[in-house]
Design a protein around this ligand. Structure first.
Ligand SMILES: [Zn+2]
Length: 573
């Protein structure tokens, strides 16, 4: 009835004779090894199943089949092939190869290298965690000592999940590269960081003093994980890579010389959008330590500064600042708000978005997407008995009309408007549809402004301008002996400036250039009498009354050697 078991059934301590004599029927050691292989196989199947579901690996079911199949085949071979050790080792190797192959597939789906499994880095992390061994290079990974801590979303406690993710990814290459990127940007006085993916790389560009400058690009893999980390910090949806998103976060920058001081907080505004090559990101850096300035710090000529002070300090009126994007308009208005006694006056701001916090001020964020428009919010704050209202921007008829009405009914209103110069800002307001007489009676003054780069004090060069060039600029030929310019400016070797102080651009920092258009009674009459303002006539009258134009103001800085003709021509044209 019982046929002898085949000799190949190597799992048993079969001595070739059947039936056995007394003694052990089973080789317990071998059985233990088989159990271990069985356990490893079960664990692998379970892990692949869970992991592929979580990551939605496309070929997930196939991997499950492969994992299950390996076990079945292994079991068959154990019984069918007489060489136990060979088969057992084969099973273990097969399981290991399978685990590694699956890990490679799933690692491709996980952008953050800190979450990659079965990679050399992963083993180093495990060794560090469980064996307390540190295999990282001398001084740790790059950027280990960067004194920056991500604080998370601005103005609110970060949620626990974000914190958990950040703690988990602190060791990852992406996290360290993100810190390094921000640290370099802060050192170089950068205002905007641009990250743009191409096929293999992520291009990095910094805006410094208003000029974009290409930086060393990152490997695309690192670039993507930097982007991911920053999206998590700003609490954006990391799975959404196409639709534009925006958010903000704060980072604490510690002072390496004073480690106990707690450092300072820097705000970052994040905007992402999809492109053909992948997701782009722009980070705007809002350094609060540079935010608080008053009118004395903005480089006004004393006369202009005093005129602005008197406009800003009046009980009612409309003060507009105009210029292109990035001309420092909001900085001027923030400084103007600082002139106001915010303890005795009710100051309300409407901003899109709120850039800097101002003490003792109600700051309201306008967001058209959620239905909070300038005009709508403006109407509702007028019911809150404000003395001073700051409106981020006037760009539609409704806002313009309410702003003018508010200025006429005992409120001081500050705002910005998009136009090239002060006089054309006036016609812009009328073009928006506000009645000229309403404009005339509400407007107190318009400030046109630009930011020009200052020549680097360490490498600027003196030169003697030609009389023709001076004549063209209406400058006195006999009085000007020399002007200054950036090294190599206007020649081909402008790229070869090795000055470290300015990074080779020949410029460092910026100065404001201003033209202040004060609405006098005479000009008020002119506006009211014209159905459409005659800009030229009005400008001539304003110059007669003492206004000096942007370009003229810029030339003052050229003569004093603070900037170059090339720069004011670029900025004030
Ligand atoms: Zn320099």
């Amino acid at each position: 009835m019982f046929a002898p078991l085949p000799a190949s059934l190597s799992l048993f301590a079969y001595d070739g004779n059947f039936p056995h004599g007394p003694g052990w029927y089973l080789a317990f050691f071998r059985l233990g090894l088989v159990m271990a292989a069985l356990f490893a196989w079960g664990t692998l199947c379970q892990w692949i199943d869970d992991d592929q579901r979580e990551l939605e690996v496309a070929e997930g079911p196939l991997w499950n089949m492969i994992a299950l199949g390996t076990g079945a085949l292994g079991a068959f071979l154990l019984f069918a092939v007489p060489a136990f050790w060979f088969v057992w080792l084969l099973i273990i190797v097969a399981l290991a190869v399978e685990a590694k192959m699956y890990a490679n597939v799933r690692n491709l789906l996980v952008k953050d290298t800190g979450h990659h499994l079965l990679t050399p880095e992963h083993f180093k992390r495990l060794a560090k965690k469980y064996l307390k061994l540190d295999f990282s290079e001398e001084g740790g990974p790059r950027g280990r000592n960067i004194p920056i801590i991500f604080v998370g979303k601005r103005g609110g406690a970060s949620n626990a999940e974000t914190n958990k993710f950040l703690t988990k990814s602190e060791e990852s290459a992406g996290y360290q590269s993100a810190l390094e990127l921000i640290w370099n940007a802060l050192k170089m006085r950068v205002t905007d960081i641009h990250l743009e993916p191409t096929k293999d790389e992520t291009l990095v560009r910094f805006r410094i003093d208003g000029i974009m400058k290409a930086q060393e690009s990152m490997d695309r893999r690192v670039g993507d994980s930097v982007l991911n980390i920053l999206k998590v910090v700003a609490e954006l949806d990391i799975t959404e890579k196409r639709k534009p998103q925006d958010g903000s976060f704060q980072a604490r920058v510690l002072d390496p010389d004073r480690p106990k001081s707690g450092g300072r907080l820097v705000d970052f505004r994040v905007a992402t959008s999809g492109s053909v090559a992948g997701e782009k990101m722009v980070l705007r850096i809002l350094d609060q330590s540079k935010a608080i300035s008053n009118l004395d710090d903005l480089g006004f000529r004393p006369k202009v500064r005093d005129q602005i002070r008197s406009i800003v300090g009046s009980p009612h009126g409309l003060f507009l600042v105009c210029g292109p994007t990035g001309a420092g308009k909001s900085t001027t208005l923030y400084a103007s708000l600082h002139e106001i006694d915010r303890f005795t006056k009710n100051v309300i701001t409407l901003e899109n978005p709120v850039e800097y916090a101002i003490a003792n001020t109600t700051q309201i964020e306008v967001n058209a997407k959620s239905g909070k428009t300038f005009a709508g919010e403006l109407r509702s704050i007028l019911r809150q008995d404000p003395d001073v209202i700051y409106i981020g921007e006037i760009r539609d008829k409704e806002t313009a009309e309410i702003a003018c009405q508010a200025a006429q009914t005992g409120h001081m209103v500050f705002s910005t408007i998009h136009s090239n110069d002060a006089v054309s800002a006036l016609s812009r307001l009328i073009e928006l549809g506000v009645d000229p007489s309403v404009v005339a009676n509400s407007l107190s003054g318009i400030l046109g402004q630009r930011l020009v780069r200052k020549l680097c004090p360490k490498c600027k060069e003196k030169y003697t301008p030609s009389p023709d060039a001076l004549k063209r600029l209406n400058l006195p030929v006999d009085k000007i002996k020399f002007l200054c310019k950036a090294p190599g400016e206007g020649t081909k070797d402008s790229e070869q400036n090795a000055c470290e102080y300015c990074g080779g651009s020949g410029y460092r920092g910026r100065n404001g250039v201003y033209e202040l258009f004060v609405i006098s009674d005479k000009i008020r009459e002119m506006i009211e009498s014209q159905s459409k303002p005659n800009n030229q006539q009005i400008q001539q009258e304003a110059i007669k009354e003492g206004m000096s134009l942007l370009f003229t103001e810029g030339l003052r800085q050229v003569i004093s050697g603070d900037t170059s003709i090339a720069e004011i021509t670029r900025v004030c044209k």
